[in-house]
Design a protein around this ligand. Structure first.
Ligand code: ZN
Length: 476
């Protein structure tokens, strides 16, 4: 039996996931631990240096591309960003990946109607196809590779030649994913893992927006997204790492907490639910309803005294990074990828041993009675299961109930469709302000799990302000 709770407004009160895991299977020896040791601090450091130095340009600014159409007579940029993209392609191909480049363009305007220039940039994509029954499910591991030094004097005028090393922001995230890609390459995975390196993040998340816009129906095959941004700088020795999700991503935060609990990673994991935090590419996936979590050394800019003082300056150089912290983050991301994508059938006991239910979420919670909208109930299954959803008052009185067969839209592996409900009592009147319980039970032939979550109904939205905060998760 395990207990866990997490609260925050625009997220959800995460489940007091109490489950009765019947039919526990004996755990085979853990194949993950030895794999974690194969990540290399030396290789991580080399990637950070090569990406920062970038063939002498010391920049990966997103407008420094080969394909630029200049309309205002300004000198054309060099191809620093493309040099970095070529480096990623070479590295990933060397690990045995098929690499795809997704080209998108961005037009810069002097004013509403006057074009300055159009720049064509590349997202670099490498896929590790799954081989198991869940091979159609895709876990995205992402990081932006462009850089900027807009906090340094003269940037606007001299960005074509000015250095923007971006060692921490975000060569550190790219280096971590390259190391994870190298270790994952030869492994037999159940689900598919896809690495995506975005351009255009620093000027407005343009690479991830282009990617999200083009994903189309494949969005429903996405398990989730882990987006790494600034994971190389550690000042106080606590090795704290922050994971930020929105309410739809509650189950992903839950899974990351399980990864942290299961493997000794030497990190202090801090979980946040904050739908306002749109400071990196994870937000582009929130826009299309895909669970996504930001993984970073700080939850948001200037959040604490540990915030990187070289942020977006010419001083963001490799020498202020901590490779052992970078590799510790790498171990966490590698363990998470193996946990979520699963080594091929039978080799990693992770999901099924926990029961079919990963997490439950309800939104909005607290629910403002006066506004009287629909309440959304959603949950995450790691396998097809028969599901029963019920709402009770605190005396155990049943207020609403739903049953969904295994394999039906609400009984399929993955994030369930939103179950909409207008909180009413048996007479049809709006439920009174107070506490209620939403319970979700998932059953398969061999195992079952139950998740319960407290629903708070408040008279009106005006009473919600005190609930807007995030909660720190677990320490080592
Ligand atoms: Zn960044």
């Amino acid at each position: 039996m395990r207990r866990f709770s997490l609260c925050g407004l625009l997220g959800t009160l995460l489940a007091l996931v109490a489950w009765s895991a019947s039919g526990r299977t004996p755990l085979p020896p853990d194949p993950v631990e030895p794999l974690l040791e194969t990540l290399s601090a030396k290789r991580w450091q080399q990637h950070v240096f090569r990406l920062s130095e970038n063939r002498g340009t010391w920049s990966r600014f997103t407008f420094r591309v080969r394909e630029a159409t200049i309309y205002d007579g300004a000198p054309p940029p060099d191809d620093a960003l493309d040099q970095a993209a070529d480096y990623l392609v070479r590295e990933l191909q060397a690990y045995g990946y098929q690499v795809v480049e997704q080209v998108f363009s961005h037009t810069r305007y002097a004013d509403l109607s006057t074009k300055q220039a159009e720049y064509r940039m590349r997202n670099v994509i490498a896929e590790k196809p799954g081989r198991g029954p869940h091979r159609d499910r895709i876990l995205l591991l992402t990081a932006h590779y462009d850089s900027i030094a807009s906090n340094s004097e003269g940037w606007e005028e001299t960005w074509r030649t000015m250095i923007a090393p971006g060692a921490n922001d975000n060569a550190s995230g790219v280096a971590t994913l390259l190391e994870v890609a190298r270790v994952l390459a030869p492994l037999p995975l159940d689900a598919t893992v896809r690495f995506v390196f975005f351009a255009g993040e620093e000027i407005g998340l343009f690479g991830s927006q282009a990617y999200a816009e083009r994903i189309g129906t494949e969005a429903s095959s996405l398990l989730g997204v882990l987006n790494l941004d600034m994971v190389g700088q550690e000042q106080d020795g606590n090795f704290d790492l922050h994971a930020v999700g929105d309410w739809r991503s509650a189950w992903l935060l839950e899974a990351l907490e399980e990864v942290h609990r299961r493997w000794s990673l030497g990190l202090r994991l801090v979980l946040h639910q904050d739908s306002e935090n749109r400071f990196s590419d994870h937000a582009s996936f929130w826009e299309i309803g895909v669970p996504a979590v930001l993984i970073s050394e700080e939850p948001m800019p200037h959040a604490s005294s540990e915030w990187d003082p070289t942020y977006h300056t010419v001083a963001d150089l490799p020498n202020h990074l901590n490779p052992s912290y970078g590799v510790a983050v790498g171990r966490f991301v590698l363990a998470a990828a193996l946990f979520l994508a699963g080594l091929e059938e039978g080799s990693l006991p992770a999901p099924s041993a926990m029961g079919p239910l990963l997490a439950v979420g309800i939104y909005p919670n607290p629910y403002p009675r006066q506004e009287g909208g629909q309440l959304t109930i959603q949950y995450q299954l790691n396998q097809d299961a028969a599901v029963g959803v019920a709402v009770y008052d605190l005396h155990g009185g049943l207020l609403a109930q739903w049953e969904f067969p295994e394999g039906s839209p609400f009984g399929r592996q993955g994030l369930s469709p939103p179950l909409l409900w207008r909180p009413r009592d048996s007479t049809g009147s709006p439920l009174a302000a107070g506490s209620y319980v939403v319970s979700v039970e998932a059953k398969t032939q061999t195992t079952s799990a139950r998740g319960t979550i407290r629903l708070l109904i408040v008279p009106s939205v005006r009473l919600l302000a005190p609930y807007r905060r995030s909660r720190v998760g677990v320490g080592p």
